[in-house]
Design a protein around this ligand. Structure first.
Ligand code: KIV
Length: 277
C-alpha cells in the first residue's frame, strides 16, 4: 500500500487518493479496504493507518444516533460529521452518503444535496443507494464523483423485508444489469452489499470500475465495513451480521476503562498530585 517514498496506493506523498488511483488499483488487480468514519479521531487514525477511502455513511443513523434503521438520519446531521472527517484527514478520499429522502425526487434534488456535501463538508465524492442511472448521470455531470450501492440497500429495508441477501437465483441477472447501468451512468465505484460471492465475482470481472463488497465474498476489488463492527464497539442493536470480522474488542476495552476510572474515583486513587495544579 505505502511504498518507501511514502506514496499511498499510487497517490504521491502529501496528496489525497483520487478516484483515478482506485481505478489504477483495479487495473493492477490490487485490493484495498474502506471503512466508515463519523468523527475526527477515527478519521485521523484510519487515515494514518493508510485506509484509502472513508465513508461518512448514513449508517451513522444506527451507529452514532441510535436509530433502529438508516432511514431517519438527515443531511443536516451527516454534513457536520463529514466536515470533521475531511478536516481530520490528509490522504483518504472521503465519500459522503446521501441520506434517505435527500435525492430520490429526481436529478435536481440529487444535485442539490450532493452540492451541499461538496460545499459544506468538502467531501470528495458522494454515494447513493439503488441502481439510479439518471441520478448518477446528473450528479456526475456537475463534476461530482458518484459511488453507487446495490444489492441489499438498507434505505429500502422495509420494501425488501429485512436484511436479506440480494441477487440469488433468477435475480442475479437483474443485479448484474443494475451494476452495468451504474457504470454506464458514470459511477466511479460500486458497493455490492449482501450479494452471493459468485454473483459479486461475476460483476467484478465484467465491470471496469472497482467493486466494493460488504457481505459479497472475497473477489470484489475492495471491502468495506462499518468501523464499530470492525473494531468490536457494537453494543446492542441485534446480532452482528455474518459478514463482519471483528479485529478488536473496543467494547470490552472501553467498559473496563470506565469501570476502573469509576472505582479509582470512588476509592480516592484518582486524581493524585500528578493530576492536580
Ligand atoms: O452507510 C454505510 O455504512 C454504508 C456501507 C455499509 C457501505 O452504506
Amino acid at each position: 500500500m505505502s511504498d518507501a517514498v511514502g506514496s499511498l496506493y499510487g497517490a504521491p506523498v502529501g496528496q489525497r487518493i483520487r478516484t483515478r488511483h482506485l481505478q489504477q488499483l483495479k487495473d493492477r488487480g490490487e485490493k484495498w479496504a474502506m471503512l466508515t468514519s463519523y468523527d475526527q479521531y477515527t478519521a485521523r487514525l484510519f487515515d494514518e493507518a493508510g485506509i484509502p477511502v472513508l465513508l461518512v455513511g448514513d449508517s451513522a443513523a444506527n451507529n452514532v444516533f441510535g436509530y433502529e434503521t438508516t432511514l431517519p438520519v438527515t443531511t443536516d446531521e451527516l454534513i457536520p460529521m463529514a466536515r470533521a472527517v475531511v478536516r481530520a484527514t490528509s490522504r483518504a478520499l472521503v465519500v459522503g452518503d446521501l441520506a434517505f429522502g435527500s435525492y430520490e425526487e429526481g436529478p435536481a434534488q440529487a444535485i442539490r444535496t450532493s452540492v451541499r456535501f461538496m460545499k459544506e463538508a468538502q467531501v470528495h465524492a458522494v454515494k447513493l443507494e439503488g441502481a439510479r442511472p439518471l441520478l448518477i448521470e446528473a450528479i456526475v455531470s456537475t463534476g461530482i464523483p458518484v459511488m453507487a450501492h446495490i444489492g441489499f440497500t438498507p434505505q429500502s429495508e422495509h420494501q425488501i423485508g429485512g436484511y436479506r441477501v440480494q441477487g440469488r437465483g433468477e435475480d442475479a441477472k437483474h443485479l448484474i444489469e443494475a451494476a452495468h447501468s451504474c457504470q454506464e451512468a458514470g459511477a466511479f465505484a460500486i458497493v455490492l452489499e449482501m450479494v452471493p460471492a459468485a454473483v459479486a465475482a461475476q460483476i467484478t470481472s465484467e465491470l471496469g470500475i472497482p467493486t466494493i463488497g460488504i457481505g459479497a465474498g472475497p473477489d470484489c476489488d475492495a471491502q468495506v465495513l462499518v468501523w464499530q463492527d470492525m473494531a468490536g464497539l457494537r453494543v446492542g442493536g441485534g446480532p452482528v451480521p455474518r459478514f463482519v470480522k471483528k479485529y478488536a474488542d473496543l467494547a470490552t476495552t472501553l467498559s473496563d476503562a470506565a469501570k476502573t476510572y469509576a472505582a479509582e474515583v470512588r476509592d480516592g486513587v484518582f486524581p493524585t498530585q500528578d493530576h492536580s495544579f
